[in-house]
Write a protein that binds this ligand. Structure first.
Ligand code: ADP
Ligand code: MG
Length: 330
């Protein structure tokens, strides 16, 4: 059997079954957005790593070196935010073609440092190799107060499902960037969502102040797949309402003009790096007071009821159409 057949997450599942941790300070290893390590009485250290490869995650045709640096940090900070934590340190590993200019590397690190400075994060190391195509891998070490730790596995039956921001913008941005013929369209919001996704660290701290969050995951591959990961980790079912999914007017307009289905884009587009999370129903009013966009999109149901999506009172199975490294790419 090859990797295409089991897909990225099938492989991760197999690795997870075969890998057991030995050190007692490892609270969680493989399976969540970050690994969780006991730091002291009040704190956990949380560690994540995310890699971006040229012509898979970005193209130098439309990403500047600054933007590659920025996004490589943003995607790692996103995993830290989804555990309720704040980033502290990063290590930067780069594979670069020998013909790349020093100016390129300088710009790359400007992008990295920009986001690190914004969140008070130190660059503490990395690795450098030669590579035909560019690859950049960041390890991010963060911290979370024990009482703030949010796992994918904490969703409870009866919880409401909420999501930050809008879904689908990043994918529309990518489509615009890929097709130079429509590049000049007024679509700054969409392009920016793809090149420099928002980092929701501060928002999560605000959410945590408002009340207890039972579970959370960041949307890197697409809502349909990422909510299923949360549901499976929590051993619960989900019901999502299509008409509640937050889709920006820019995304709708772009999709209409380009014959794309904006609902499919929002459900499976990926790389929005928004957060989907669950809270007890009684807390809904507390979230409505927060000064940034949060939308209720569904509820956690019993596992036996399954994974469902509702459109015009018609209930259908929620199918995972989100990005998968070994199955989605040609
Ligand atoms: P995310 O999209 O949040 O970055 P992934 O889907 O990449 O998370 O990974 C899911 C889980 O599997 C994480 O806990 C991650 O650390 C783990 N994981 C992914 N790839 C590997 C690997 N090659 N070896 C060990 N663990 C892995
Ligand atoms: Mg993640």
């Amino acid at each position: 059997m090859n990797l295409r057949a089991i897909g990225e997450f099938g492989l991760i599942e197999q690795l997870q079954k075969k890998i057991k941790t030995k050190n007692k300070e490892v609270i969680y290893g493989i399976g969540d957005d970050c690994a969780v390590i006991l730091k002291d009485k009040k704190t956990y250290q949380i560690i994540t790593t995310d890699m971006l490869a040229e012509d898979i995650h970005f193209s130098q045709k439309y990403f500047s070196p600054y933007q590659i640096g920025y996004k490589s940090v943003a995607v790692n900070f996103s995993d830290i935010s989804s555990m309720g934590g704040i980033p502290k340190y990063i290590l930067v590993s780069i594979g670069l073609n020998k013909n790349i200019s020093l100016k390129f590397v300088d710009e790359l690190f400007k992008g990295i440092k920009h986001l690190c400075n914004k969140f008070g994060v130190d660059i503490i190391g990395g690795d450098t190799i030669s590579s035909k195509k560019m690859v950049i891998n960041i390890v991010c070490i963060g911290e979370v107060k024990k009482e703030n730790l949010i796992l994918r596995s904490g969703a409870k039956v009866g919880d409401i499902i909420l999501v930050t921001g809008y879904l689908g913008n990043s994918r529309c941005g990518l489509e615009i960037l890929k097709k130079s013929k429509i590049k000049n369209q007024k679509s700054k919001t969409l392009i920016k969502s793809h090149l420099a996704p928002a980092v929701r660290i501060k928002e999560v701290q605000e959410i945590l102040k408002a009340c207890k969050v039972n579970s959370m995951i960041d949307i890197s591959d697409g809502l349909s797949g990422d909510i299923l990961k949360l549901a499976k980790a929590s051993k619960v079912g989900v019901r999502i309402y299509k008409d509640k999914i937050p889709i920006s007017k820019e995304c709708k307009k772009f999709c209409k003009e380009n014959n794309l289905n904006y609902m499919d884009i929002a459900l499976s587009g990926g790389e929005d790096y928004e957060l989907v999370f669950t809270v007890e129903k009684k807390n809904l009013e507390k979230y409505k007071k927060l000064p940034f966009k949060i939308t209720e999109i569904g509820e956690i149901i019993n596992k036996k009821e399954g994974y469902l999506i509702v459109e015009n009172d018609k209930t259908m199975p929620l199918v995972d159409k989100s990005f998968n490294h070994f199955s989605s790419l040609p």
